[in-house]
Each structure stands twice: as C-alpha cells, then as structure tokens.
Design a binder for this molecule. Structure first.
Ligand code: URA
Length: 278
C-alpha cells in the first residue's frame, strides 16, 4: 500500500493545525518521520504506522509558551480519543459517552477522580452527581470556583455498576490523562481517593498513609521544552463519595485542602467550612 492523497492531506492538515495553535513539535522526537512521509510521495503504509507509533510513544511537550491555545490543544486530545473510543473493554460495558474532563485549561489546580458514575455518563461531565456537589463545596471552601480548576478522572468511561476501574482500563486511558496534564501544566494535582492516588503514584498504600503530604509528581511521558520531565506537586485526599459515607473524615480532607491552599498562596480561613449542604 502507498500513502494515499487523502492520508497525506489529513496529516498535513493536522501538522498545520498544530502550527496554527502556535506550538512547535508537540512531541519531542517525532515530527521528522511524519514530515518525511509528507515529503516522500510513495512510502509504504507500514511507515505511516511506524511514524504514528513513534509519535504516540515519544514524549509529549508540556509547553510553557503562554501564547499557546490550551483549550484547542485539549480538543486535539479529545479528537485523538474520538467520540467512540474502543481501546478498552469499558466501551462495550454500557458506557454512554466519554467523559473527557472540564474546567480552566490554564488551571493551577487539577482534581483527578476515579471514573464517571451514572450522572457523569449521562451528562458527559465529571463530578456532576452527589459526589460532585460535595466536590463543588470543597472547591468553594478553598475560595475558588469550579470553573477555575480542572477536573478529570483516571478513566473516561463509566465502569459498569460503578465498579473500580481495572488495571488494563486505567493503563489504556492513562496516556490521554497525562497529555491533559501536559497541556494544563497545573501547579498542584489533588488525587481524589485511593484509585486516583494509586494509579498516579504507582503505589499500593492505604489512604491514611498516602494523604497529608505533597509528592513531587512527573506524569510519565511529559517533558518540558528543555526535555526535562515536567514536574508538579501532587496531594492525595479522600474521595468526596467516601466523605459522603463517612463525614467525620471531612476535617482531615480539609487539612489536605488547606495544605494545597497554602502552596498556591490562597488565603486560608481560620474556621473549617460548615457541613451545610455538603
Ligand atoms: N466519582 C468519580 O471518581 N468521578 C466522577 O466523575 C464522579 C464520581
């Protein structure tokens, strides 16, 4: 097979799109094979696949360039996932739609939960059910609006019956979440609950031992412009759904959030937020 005109033009369009967004190569060691393919008319399809694979497996550049349109870059990731992703078995286990993530593409603070539940699956947005209401209250208690942070999940499709996402599902979805982190470049990530914490940190400790401190976190495969691993802080706290079941732990979660607020230079009120409405 040869590289047909449609494929070439699609590749060229995609490269131009990146260029228009103001980013250089999005990936560190990739652009040349794709460019070669564009310049050489009759390469074999296997080379296209090799080039695409090289792009997907090479490091993603978390650019600090402020002129970059981060919303558009997030849309590129969403487009790469596609509206009907079939990469893992969750596609066939009743999910209605992909829940990509929502919020400010320039957010300093990012929350990462486990996976969509029924409400999220219905609306296509993360944390919009009861746990989401509590997360909104937690964000408000920090003096922020939901629109000022970015919210995503370890997996983008609802696991059946709200079961914990399985390892292969998390691993399949992870590169897209890592790219989202690379685009947003948060100063702090808050992992909500054990599934998020264990997947992000690749550890298997209890929540009690994971929370209450900062980790230096480098999302795998994400580098900055000087080829150094992109780094941010990561804190672990209780999942809002757990806090709904065991409200006594809210004061511990509030300590975690205050730690994050201090790091982000947000004013920290003396009194804990009231439990009303949460
Ligand atoms: N629980 C999660 O972990 N994520 C959501 O989006 C909703 C509930």
């Amino acid at each position: 097979m040869t590289l047909d005109a449609n494929t070439k033009s699609a590749l060229r369009e995609r490269l131009n799109f990146y260029r228009e967004l103001g980013v250089g190569p999005l990936y560190r060691r990739d652009a040349s094979p794709v460019r070669q393919l564009l310049e050489v008319t009759s390469e074999e399809a296997a080379r296209v696949e090799a080039a695409v694979e090289a792009v997907e497996q090479s490091a993603f550049v978390a650019t600090a360039d402020d002129s970059v349109d981060r919303a558009a870059l997030l849309q590129v990731i969403a487009d790469d996932i596609g509206p009907d992703c079939q990469r893992c078995k969750l596609a066939k286990l009743g999910r209605k739609q992909i829940v990509f993530g929502t919020g400010d593409p320039h957010a300093e603070l990012m929350f990462i939960g486990e996976g969509p539940g029924a409400d999220e699956d219905a609306q296509g947005l993360p944390f919009v059910g009861r746990a989401g209401q509590l997360l909104n209250n937690m964000i408000a208690a920090m003096g922020l609006k939901r629109e000022q942070v970015y919210i995503a999940n370890i997996v983008k499709c609802r696991p059946p019956g709200n079961r914990t996402p399985e390892r292969d599902e998390c691993e399949t979805c992870s590169p897209f979440l890592m790219r989202q982190i690379g685009v947003i470049r948060p100063k702090v990530i808050v992992a909500l609950g054990a599934t998020a914490a264990k997947n992000l940190l690749s550890v298997n400790d209890s929540m009690a031992s994971l929370r209450g401190r900062f980790y230096d976190y480098s999302p795998p495969g994400i580098v900055d412009e000087s080829d150094e691993a992109f780094q941010c802080k990561l804190a672990v706290t209780y999942h809002p759904a757990f806090l709904l079941r065991d409200p006594r732990q809210k004061k511990e979660a509030w300590k975690d959030l205050q730690m994050v607020m201090r790091f982000l230079d947000l004013p920290t009120p003396q009194r804990a937020p009231s439990d009303e409405g949460s």
